[in-house]
Write a protein that binds this ligand. Structure first.
Ligand SMILES: *Cc1c(COP(=O)(O)O)cnc(C)c1O
Length: 398
């Protein structure tokens, strides 16, 4: 039987064809008017994508490079910072802050949970210089409420910068940086923007730019002020990932076109972004309902729309489902990370997934579990019917 490889992973995600064509055609030098026009356009598009009037910086690195840049540019050794951690990526913030000499106050919640904001309020000190958090914790599927957190910091008149890893929050949650009061919002290329790994971006508030005037942790390649200065002239400080930037421009054009009208065929990026989020929300809901109907339990009680983490039944290794999907259908989902390996499996919804992909995956999961996990008691159609009902009753929010 023919099998088509399909990614259902929360990064890298499936590539947008228009972005692949743009990459293939990006045979341009980076110190030319052509590149400057492209770079200037993409930086402006990113502002709409993240909802800010402030400057956005693109870095040639995976998402963790932008996380490191946020720490190295915005803290000094000995700074007190608050890290909110409930998964593998939260742990990365803590490790990074320690690596740069920060005094870390840590709020942890068990994997799969979100935060109790009363605890956050109690942990916030006058001296807290920054709060680090994920908008969406990809390792557990949990979504954390950035609107509440932003409001909490505003109400506390805190000097702390709110630094958000939005790498899978962007494109799956309505995250308007300026309205939410986020000081640094980080994204990555291989997630909702549907292009290959290799680029990260950070939107930086005026407060955060001001903070950089006095912080003194070491930085060189990831010096945000240097990048900002060059970006004003349409350039980056070093050789940029030209092809990925061309791909990003094409992907953001495509997102804008999702909100095209006959009067405005180019569409609108803010509206298009809302449609992308609504799409992820819908297929996440289809997936959650399907998994429950098949007899599974969800891992997180605050599930987001980037990826759904599903618990393997008692006594069953989640690898059975991951491997079964791969060997039978060449469909790639992910196992749990670290100590969650074997306990959960994760299905992505962010970026270029639609109704058809989702229905097909649910059908394939039915094939795998009916054959390999008879103790679950699932029957063909249980998951599909639940998903069909979600689709039929979905009220688009955008
Ligand atoms: C993917 C991801 C990252 C970045 O990981 P890289 O491998 O460095 O791109 C960071 N945070 C979250 C929440 C992610 O999903």
């Amino acid at each position: 039987m023919i099998r088509k490889t399909r990614l259902f992973t929360p990064g890298p995600t499936p590539l947008l064809p228009a972005a692949q064509f743009a990459m293939a055609a990006a045979d341009i030098h980076h110190r030319t008017p052509e590149f400057r026009a492209l770079y200037t356009k993409v930086l402006a598009q990113l502002k709409d994508f993240v909802g800010t009037k402030n400057d956005v910086i693109i870095l040639s690195s995976s998402g963790s490079g932008a996380m490191e840049a946020a720490v190295s540019n915005l803290t000094s050794p000995g700074d007190r910072v608050l890290v909110l951690s409930a998964g593998k990526f939260g742990e990365r913030w803590s490790a990074l802050a320690k690596a740069f000499g920060c005094e870390v106050d840590l709020i942890t919640e068990p994997y799969g949970k979100t935060f109790d904001f009363d605890k956050v309020k109690a942990a916030l000190k006058i001296e807290t210089r920054a709060v680090f958090v994920q908008a969406n914790e990809t390792s557990t599927g949990a979504r954390h409420d950035m609107v509440k957190l932003g409001q909490l910091l505003k109400d506390a008149h805190s000097e702390a910068l709110l630094i958000v890893d939005g790498i899978t929050g962007l494109g799956t949650t309505e995250l308007d940086m300026d309205a939410t009061g986020i000081d640094v919002l980080i994204g990555g290329s291989q997630k909702a923007v549907m292009i290959p790994p290799g680029l990260s971006y950070l939107a930086v508030s005026q407060r955060a730019w001001d903070r950089m005037e006095s912080t003194y942790n070491p930085r060189y390649y990831f010096d945000l002020r240097k990048e900002r200065k060059n970006a004003k002239n349409g350039e980056s400080a070093y050789t940029p990932a030209v092809a990925l930037i061309a791909a990003l421009g094409a992907a953001l054009d495509w997102i804008a076109q999702q909100a095209a009208t006959p009067e405005n065929p180019a569409g609108n990026l803010v509206e298009g972004r809302r449609k992308l989020v609504d799409n992820a929300e819908m297929i996440a809901e289809m997936t959650r309902e399907a998994m429950k109907a098949l007899g599974f339990k969800l891992f997180s009680d605050a599930p987001g729309a980037a990826a759904t983490a599903v618990l393997a039944p008692e006594g069953v290794d989640s690898g059975v489902i991951v491997k079964g999907l791969k060997s039978t259908f060449a469909a790639i989902i992910t196992n749990g990370q670290g100590e969650m390996k074997g306990q959960i499996f994760r299905i992505a919804h962010l970026g270029f997934f639609d109704y058809m992909d989702t229905i097909a995956l649910i059908g394939a999961i039915e094939q795998v579990v009916v054959k390999s996990i008879p103790t679950l008691g699932a029957k063909f159609g249980d998951g599909l019917i639940a998903a069909q009902n979600v689709y039929a009753n979905w009220k688009p929010k955008a």
